[in-house]
Design a protein around this ligand. Structure first.
Ligand code: ATP
Ligand code: MN
Length: 532
């Protein structure tokens, strides 16, 4: 058994209903890595990083994410198939079963923070069944100083038991796994899944309710970085659109890669203390910062190793969603603390697999609101099962699964902030060019980076723009280090008629999706949609 060499503190777990457990408090990442390997739950890769398999679940399970319906949540939460209500009594019963399950076990306890701006900080205690899940919490949440631990008072509790299985009939869950938020008890209860992303997105969802309703702060599913002139840029986008990849830019200081708040003092702060990057097809050449962050302390998930212990980043035989988590200081150029000034540029990232949207365009305030509420990207169906038609996917605020309130509440806050701060808003298609998925190809990362850098430098102020015939978006006609023909998607397709047809089909999907928001949108926002 491992001795806790760092901090000695007796944690009374009985108050949580956990009895006679052997609790390891605040172990170092080295100790947790050793414990993981000792238990046969992971191996060390050649780079010194830890590699684990998360088990049955290699991604989040949005259909099993619930919110306890009580007097705090009932009127404010936008109840839907995204925010699924859970009975308070059922929660108490299930909580007791989970804590019973953890009793007598060897468990891992960690105190940490969310929120790099002290004014908006949340104190979190995480209780994990597995050492590597606790190491994930070390990587992803903010790490308190020794003195801060002495007076630490937990506010929210994460109870994480991947090995526990619910009985849907009795427990009120959909199946054996669940992630349930209880705002009254301030508990995130996660069971039946070892996917670590549930831990970070659980706390994210909690903050996405608390910050706007109690602290007048806009929570955002975005990455952020800052240039030499203190100019902050934020990058919204759904999974796989490039938040993590594009925010890691050696010429700019990284604030964070996924979750931020925009405060009433007009600062942007990271909720987290680490990054969680996709590693599918990762190369040192394309993504040097992320590649080099994979060293002792990093946790790789669901990757395949060769006999020498090297990772094969091209191997997706477990899942295409292979990941690595690491503390933010594994990136060289970071802003510390992770707080930036008022944003100057906002990028909406989309991976349009239809090859319709321009690789970069500048949005009017109406278009910005329209595209934020729409939250468009495309899902490339059947990544494994051969070529299939991509499907449009709309997720309000570029993060609906984590947003407990109605999307218009976040959209209104964002519109107000954008107006106040006179920010530029860009739509960037990191998806397909030259045709749809199957015909065209993904936009070259170096072109996307060049376009973003031109926007950030202000170079695109100097060039002329043309208007997209269907989407009404302003497309620059030239951009340094990008061939001009790439800038207008229509000119990259061999069959222009096919392009026009696809553009209309996509525009129709946008219109169909937006219908449910029409009643709440004003003229300006409605004018931001496609013109068909
Ligand atoms: P999540 O919310 O799941 O963390 P994310 O928005 O952070 O998703 P990334 O992890 O940055 O998404 O994933 C983008 C993926 O797309 C990476 O694997 C990256 O290598 C790849 N990619 C290919 N071409 C581009 C491009 N032009 N721009 C951005 N990413 C690209
Ligand atoms: Mn990311």
């Amino acid at each position: 058994m491992l001795a806790n060499t760092q901090i000695t503190k007796t944690i009374a777990l009985e108050k949580y209903g956990i009895r006679n457990a052997t609790a390891h408090y605040q172990l170092s990442p080295e100790e947790l890595q050793e414990a993981t390997i000792e238990k046969g739950q992971g191996v060390e890769t050649k780079s010194g990083a830890l590699a684990v398999n998360t088990g049955e679940f290699t991604g989040r399970s949005p259909k099993d994410r619930f919110i306890v319906k009580d007097e705090i949540t009932q009127d404010d939460v936008w109840w839907s198939d995204i925010n699924i209500p859970f009975d308070a009594g059922k929660f108490d019963a299930l909580y007791e079963k989970v804590t019973d399950y953890l009793s007598e076990k060897e468990i891992y306890v960690r105190d940490s923070f969310a929120g790099a701006d002290e004014k908006y900080r949340m104190n979190i205690r995480v209780i994990n069944e597995y050492p590597w899940s606790n190491m994930f919490a070390y990587n992803m949440f903010l790490r308190p100083e020794k003195e801060e631990l002495e007076t630490f008072k937990e506010e929210w509790l994460v109870v994480n038991a991947p090995g526990f299985e619910a009985d849907p009939e009795v427990d009120g869950t959909r199946q054996h796994n669940f992630a349930i938020l209880n705002f009254k008890k301030k508990i995130a209860l996660i069971g039946g899944t070892g996917y670590t992303g549930e831990i970070k997105k659980g706390i994210f969802s909690a903050l996405n309710f608390i910050l706007p309703t109690q602290k007048d702060t806009l929570p955002m599913h975005c990455s952020a970085n800052v240039g030499d002139d203190d100019d902050t840029a934020i990058f919204f986008g759904l999974s796989g659109t490039g938040k993590t990849t594009l925010s890691a830019d050696p010429s700019r200081k990284l604030i964070g890669d996924d979750e931020h708040g925009w405060t009433r003092e007009n600062k942007v702060f990271n909720f987290e203390g680490g990054c969680y990057a996709k590693v599918i097809n990762l190369t040192e050449e394309n993504e040097p910062d992320i590649y080099r962050a994979i060293r002792p302390g990093a946790i790789l998930e669901n990757v395949i190793l060769d006999e020498k212990g090297d990772v094969d980043f091209g191997d997706t035989s477990i899942t295409p969603n292979t990941r690595v988590s690491y503390p933010i200081h594994h990136i060289d150029n970071i802003r510390n603390p992770s707080v930036g000034e008022n944003p100057k540029n906002i990028f909406f990232l989309t991976a349009d697999a239809f090859g319709v949207l321009p690789p970069i365009s500048k949005l009017t305030p109406g278009q910005a609101a329209y595209h934020f509420i729409s939250g468009y990207t495309a899902k490339v169906a059947g990544t494994e099962a051969g070529i299939d038609e991509p499907v449009p996917s709309f997720s309000a605020c570029f993060g609906a699964p984590f947003m407990p309130l109605h999307p218009t509440r976040y959209a209104e806050m964002l519109s107000e902030k954008m107006k106040e701060s006179n920010v530029n808003v860009w739509l960037v298609n990191t998806g397909w060019t030259g045709g749809p998925y199957g015909v065209g190809s993904r936009m070259k990362l170096k072109y996307t980076r060049a376009m973003i850098n031109s926007a950030l430098r202000g170079d695109l102020e100097e060039v002329s723009f043309e208007q997209h015939p269907v989407f009404g978006l302003a497309m620059p006609t030239e951009c340094k280090n990008v061939p001009s023909e790439v800038l207008n998607p229509r000119s990259t397709w061999q069959d222009r008629k096919a392009y026009d047809k696809k553009a209309h089909t996509l525009a129709k999907s946008f219109n169909d999706n937006f219908r449910k928001y029409e009643k709440m949108a004003n003229e300006e926002i409605l004018s931001g949609g496609p013109k068909i």
